[in-house]
Design a protein around this ligand. Sequence first.
Ligand code: WT7
Length: 683
Amino acid sequence: MRFARLLVIGLPLSAGFSVRPLVSKRPPYHPAPLSMSEQQQDAPKTYPPPNAVPDGMKTYEAMHKQSLEEPDTFWGDAARSTLKWFRDFDRVSQGGFDTGDVAWFTGGQLNACYNCIDQHLPQRAKQVAILHEGDEPGVVTKITYEDLLGQVCRMANAMKELGVKKGDFVTLYMPMVPEAAVAMLACARLGAPHSVVFAGFSAEALRDRIVDANSKWVFTTDEGRRGGKTLHLKSIVDKAVEDADCVEKVLVITATGAKVPMGKRDVQMSEMLPRMRPYCPCETMDSEDLLFILYTSGSTGRPKGVAHTTAGYLLYTGMTTKHAFGLEEGDVFACVADVGWITGHSYIVYGPLVNGATSLMFESTPMYPNHGRYWDVVQRHKVTQFYTAPTAIRALMSCGPEIISDYDLSSLRVLGSVGEPINPEAWRWYNEHVGKGKCHIVDTFWQTETGGHVMLPLANVTPTKPGSCSFPFFGIEPAVLNAQTGEEVTGNDVEGVLAFKRPWPSLARTVYGDHKRYMDVYLNPYKGYYFTGDGCHRDSDGFYWITGRVDDVLNVSGHRIGTAEVESALVLHPAVSEAAVVGFPDPIKGQAICCYVTFVSGYTESPELLKELVKQVATHIGPFARPGMIVGTPGLPKTRSGKIMRRILRKIAEGEADKLGDTSTLADPSIVEGLVEKANALL
Ligand code: WT7
């Protein structure tokens, strides 16, 4: 660790899951997220839910059992009672993991936007659907269900006029303004799958995603605001679409009102929308029609367009929102993620709205204008459920808990955590200082590919242990596998990799345009299972503990970044010959990025060059992927067959050069000796 710190070249914390660079210089509470063995030592206490419903666990167990023993009855009933159908389905589920031909509710027809808005109008026309808290405190927009229908319909009609048709892909590059949700729902209304690209991605990353989806339409805003800073979104889009010939129109929504250059393909939506009729009929969609794709990183290759379909996704996100957070009438549900990630799709837009809840959308950061902002939002809007990421909690912890007592947080009942394993110390801080011991802490494990929570405590039902995501949701059958043999490890107090034994409704159906890749990444590694890519431990009480990715995927402030993407960005620089990227522990971000690079002859390592390489990654991917450390080396440690030995690079970055393990297969041991020497000299 010390070696790692010494090599860090003075870099700011990247903007994470709504986390801004820290104002405070106080040392973090905990040096690093705990390793699994530490979690175990640290774990004994079980917390009962503060407002436990009688026999909750018994009911959960019975329902979970039914969901596995009679899945068609369980899911068929759930789908009919949760969703409104234009046509009932013929079959509940079909297909499986052999070829990845999974399909749910076939024969059924529905529309996701209808389910999120229209179905609620008889009871909730005047209820707030989207409660938007702007970047500046107290700049609030309330959109009722009735208003939301009007706004979505105007947007959908404008899109139709511009030529958007059912089946067309629409890319969104938007800040956290209400129009981001409105545009997503308008896409759903027209049956045009959306592809939301997080507004922290660079122009190049955006272009790659537009081109991969062959998207003719791109939504953006003039600018965005976040933490008092301006995001120049339109100009990034201009750069991205320069050589993306597939793009016909860029739909520019007014957010700050700044004057931005408008080109031939650009459409000023503020001029178009007022002319539009505030009603637009819904397209009738089949259950398995695509609702959206969302790009995410894997261990190899380019980002994958993870594809989600309509009925299964909507049902599952609706049910998990309800059960994970114990939704009740009148609740104000606040998921402070960004709609650019799956968390925002499932738990800001679709999950809360299909339940007819009030969903709070937060445009700012936990640190703006100071580190009491979350609590200010909770107090002013009387938030009942609050959902954030461990990285944000750790950042706030490092500022101290004092500021929290300035706010009345008594409206809170459930506190959620998502995105990475939560270290027990952060869990307890969240529980004690924010929840005052009266809230249920729900640590929800899931992935872009799972669509919704797969392992989680159910609010007011499941007892919790700090750092454990507890038990499976209905219909989820987890398995711990021996990573090497692929055999299932049964019984308790075991570890291995986490897999699932059967499909569930919101499982991603494919990688857009590349089903083989879907099979190779998720379904082929262990035949008969969906492979998560995460390590896990099932403790002696049967609680599940996620121990982090076992592949080359990094989790930096809850942002998922593939090491291969960072490596590709680095080797595009003329000075770089080869690059190998690994993660190392970071007290706030969970993980930070360490890059080992070899230089093309004629280039020598210098602080300026290293800074340039950091910029290189920020430009090719986005500022959130900025490396925390870059190490120049004359060569990379490789096996005799030429494979880079990342395990060794990881150990060196973690400051554990004394625990390299077996190095006998190295082609040139002197390279490692050189790197270790560098380490020893610095330690
Ligand atoms: C990866 C998925 C799911 C929404 C946000 C991230 C890690 C996610 C947890 C958790 C431990 C977690 C896993 C997973 N992860 N939630 N509660 N405990 N790890 O979605 O970008 O698709 O990343 O995030 O490593 O595989 P994503």
